[in-house]
Design a protein. Structure first.
Length: 340
């Protein structure tokens, strides 16, 4: 793999070399790897059945941390569906294909899936390009460490299991946790979430090509979609409120009651203009504390959070959702009141 390249993981049926399954998967691999290479991705794929522990471990890493996954659902292969389902559950970008003439099982037939013919190369390439454009992956993005993804999984598992009353989030890594977090919150609708993000107009000064600003707006869109999803599905939405602050960040934090703390940090560092970001630190493993360690850290972090929140301004109206949004707004107004 080329250093700095983004990764596309192709999930497809395996087969013995020379078998029909192998030949189809290999042709798809050639097309996919060529198509995504134009966007700065390199493709990993396991075409032949292997039982080495190192390969299984690498598959697990790729499902969690690959920038994109492309899955071939042809033949309803059990391994493919397991890996595809895991990736979908993480809320990470994944594009599904199925060969023309095959039908999808009931459980996935309402997910968007592209049909393909390996002899129609342009059809596959067009679908991939459209997918990358919609996901905002047509330009270079910051690479996130696999350790950070593992921490984010633990945070989401914590939310689902413990259903915290309050979740305070100060400039979390937008690229890694927005979708997973919202997926977890659907299972904890009584959790109230206060999100503080840098003002998109201010963020422009910290990134080339306005990329950081675009990521913040993308996160706002994900939050706004919560209300639409709740209406369509008839679900109870979690309470979420979003505010913008205008200063350069130094600390990123997630605090769940006093039982969980994730703390990261930002610092200025010279980076390649191709990477875009002038602030570094987003991609590194953060400190993750649970139990007693979290109880010791949470009060000071929450004090810092309140100081930033007090000077922040409410984000778009669409980013305030759930039955407790007015209560969140009232808490913010109390912070704004001068102390006697």
């Amino acid at each position: 793999m080329t250093s700095g390249a983004r990764i596309c993981f192709l999930i497809c049926p395996m087969g013995s070399r020379g078998s029909a399954i192998y030949e189809r998967s290999f042709k798809l691999y050639e097309i996919v790897s060529s198509a995504v290479k134009r966007f700065g991705f390199e493709t990993e794929c396991f075409l032949e059945p292997e039982r080495h522990e190192s390969i299984r471990q690498r598959m697990t890493e790729l499902i969690r941390s690959a920038d994109i996954c492309i899955a071939d659902l042809t033949d309803a292969n059990a391994n493919v569906f397991f890996e595809y389902g895991w990736r979908k559950a993480l809320g990470r970008p994944v594009l599904a294909f199925i060969e023309q003439g095959h039908e999808l099982p009931f459980d996935v037939d309402d997910f968007h899936t592209e049909t393909y013919d390996v002899n129609q190369r342009s059809q596959i390439e067009d679908a991939i390009e459209s997918f990358l454009t919609v996901e905002g992956l047509g330009e270079r993005q910051l690479r996130i460490s696999s350790q950070r993804f593992e921490q984010n999984e633990r945070i989401c598992e914590f939310i689902i299991r413990h259903k915290p009353h309050r979740l305070d989030i100060l400039h979390f890594s937008l690229f890694t946790i927005v979708k997973e977090l919202i997926t977890a919150l659907w299972q904890s609708p009584n959790t109230a979430v206060c999100v503080l993000l840098m003002d998109p107009e201010v963020a422009v000064t910290y990134a080339a090509h306005k990329k950081h600003s675009a990521d913040i707006k993308w996160a706002e869109d994900q939050i706004a979609d919560v209300s639409r999803t709740a209406q369509i599905r008839g679900w109870t939405p979690p309470t979420i409120g979003l505010w913008h602050y205008a200063h350069e960040p130094s600390v990123a934090a997630i605090v769940a009651d006093t039982s969980l703390v994730q703390m990261g940090w930002y610092f200025r560092a010279p980076v390649s203009h191709e990477e875009g970001l002038l602030l570094s630190g987003h991609s590194e493993p953060a400190l993750l504390a649970l139990g007693q360690a979290a109880q010791q850290l949470a009060p000071k972090l929450r004090d810092h959070f309140k100081a930033v929140w007090r000077d922040a301004m409410p984000g778009p109206d669409a980013c305030f959702v759930g039955s407790g949004k007015e209560e969140l707004m009232a808490d913010w107004r109390k912070l704004k009141m001068p102390t006697l």
